[in-house]
Design a protein around this ligand. Structure first.
Ligand SMILES: Nc1ncnc2c1ncn2[C@@H]1O[C@H](COP(=O)(O)OP(=O)(O)OP(=O)(O)O)[C@@H](O)[C@H]1O
Ligand SMILES: [Mg+2]
Length: 295
C-alpha cells in the first residue's frame, strides 16, 4: 500500500539530517542490491531512486548508496554533492562509518548515502589497499551486521564501468539489478557483465546472482522497443521483471527538481511503473526466501 500522502506535496526541500538508526520493517537482514550495468545512460540511477522511493512508500526502510562519482543519485534526491561530509568516498576508504554518512531525504523511510566527485579518486587510491575489493562489504557488514538491520533494502547506484567501485558494490551485494534500455544496443556488453558477475561469485561473493533485469525507457509506439524487450526476455527468461518502465518525460524532468518521479508526479506512467516494479521486487524476494527455507 503506497503511503504518499505522508509526503510533503510540493515539498520545500526537507531538512537533511543524519539518519537515526532504527530497525527495518521486515525484521530480516538488509537485502543489498547493486544496480549495475557498465553501459552508460540505461536508467541505473533513475531505477535506484524511484525503486527506492516506491519500496519506502510500501513501508520498507531503504538506503540508497550513491557509488557513482557523477553523484546523480545525490542530486536527483535534492542534495548538492560535496555539501555533505563525510560521504560514500569516506565510507569506502574507511574514514567514516555508515551512520556518519547517511542522511534523511524528503521521502519518509528513504535514506541516502550521498557522494561527490572525490569518489573518482577512490578508484586510484584503493588500487594498493588491502582487501580493496571488500572495502564496501566490510563497511556495510559493520553497520548492518547487528540483530536488527537498520534497513530492509540497500540499493547501490553503480557507475557506468566495471572498475573497482562497481567491483566493491558487487562484492557487497546479495543480488544485482540490471537495467536494460529498450534500444538496439541493449544487449551489447551484457555478456561481459554476466561474466564479471560469475567471476565475482566464484572468487569473492558466492551469494551473488542477478536478482532481476529491468527493461527501461520502453516506447510502445516504437516497434524496435518491443523487439528488444522480446530479445531480452529470450536471453534472461524469468529474470526479467514483468513490469516495463516506459519512456516518460515526467521521469526525466523529476531529477532537475531534486525529486523522485513518485513525488514529482505520482500519477504519471513512469511513477506507476516504478510502484509496480517495487511490488515485483518484494514478491521475488519472498519467493527466494521460501526457496532458501526449503533447501
Ligand atoms: N523512463 C524514462 N523515461 C524518460 N527518461 C528517462 C527514463 N529513465 C531514465 N531517463 C533519462 O535518461 C537519462 C539516463 O538515465 P540515468 O541517469 O538513470 O541512467 P544511468 O544508467 O544511471 O546513467 P549513467 O550510466 O551515466 O550513470 C537521464 O537523463 C534520465 O532522466
Ligand atoms: Mg547513473
Amino acid at each position: 500500500m503506497l503511503k504518499f500522502n505522508a509526503m510533503p506535496e510540493n515539498g520545500a526541500a526537507a531538512q537533511k539530517k543524519p539518519a537515526r538508526r532504527l530497525g527495518g520493517a521486515s525484521g530480516r537482514p538488509a537485502r543489498i542490491l547493486a544496480v549495475a550495468n557498465q553501459k552508460g545512460g540505461v536508467g541505473k540511477t533513475t531505477t535506484a531512486i524511484n525503486l527506492g522511493t516506491a519500496l519506502a512508500a510500501c513501508g520498507l526502510r531503504v538506503l540508497l548508496l550513491d557509488l557513482d562519482p557523477q553523484a546523480n543519485a545525490t542530486t536527483g534526491l535534492g542534495t548538492a554533492p560535496g555539501t555533505r561530509e563525510p560521504d560514500s568516498y569516506d565510507l569506502i576508504i574507511g574514514e567514516a562509518a555508515l551512520d556518519e554518512v547517511v542522511i534523511e531525504t524528503e521521502v519518509p523511510d528513504l535514506f541516502l548515502a550521498p557522494t561527490s566527485m572525490h569518489l573518482s579518486g577512490a578508484e586510484i587510491e584503493l588500487v594498493q589497499a588491502e582487501r580493496r575489493e571488500y572495502r564496501l562489504a566490510d563497511a556495510l557488514a559493520d553497520a548492518l551486521g547487528g540483530h536488527t538491520a537498520p534497513y530492509d533494502y540497500v540499493l547501490i547506484d553503480c557507475p557506468p564501468a566495471l572498475g573497482l567501485l562497481t567491483l566493491n558494490a558487487l562484492v557487497a551485494a546479495d543480488g544485482v539489478l540490471v537495467p536494460l534500455q529498450c534500444e538496439y544496443y541493449a544487449l551489447e556488453g551484457v555478456s561481459h557483465l554476466v561474466r564479471t558477475i560469475n567471476r565475482i561469485k566464484a572468487s569473492f561473493n558466492n551469494n551473488l546472482d542477478i536478482q532481476g533485469v529491468v527493461l527501461t525507457m520502453h516506447d510502445r509506439r516504437n516497434r524496435l522497443s518491443g523487439m528488444v524487450a522480446e530479445d531480452v526476455r529470450n536471453c534472461f527468461g524469468s529474470k526479467v521483471y514483468e513490469t516495463i518502465i516506459p519512456r516518460n518525460v515526467r521521469v526525466s524532468e523529476a531529477p532537475s527538481h531534486g525529486k523522485p518521479v513518485l513525488l514529482y508526479d505520482l500519477r504519471c506512467a513512469g511513477a506507476m511503473a516504478y510502484a509496480h516494479l517495487a511490488r515485483e521486487v518484494v514478491l521475488r524476494e519472498r519467493d527466494l526466501d521460501k526457496m532458501s527455507i526449503h533447501q
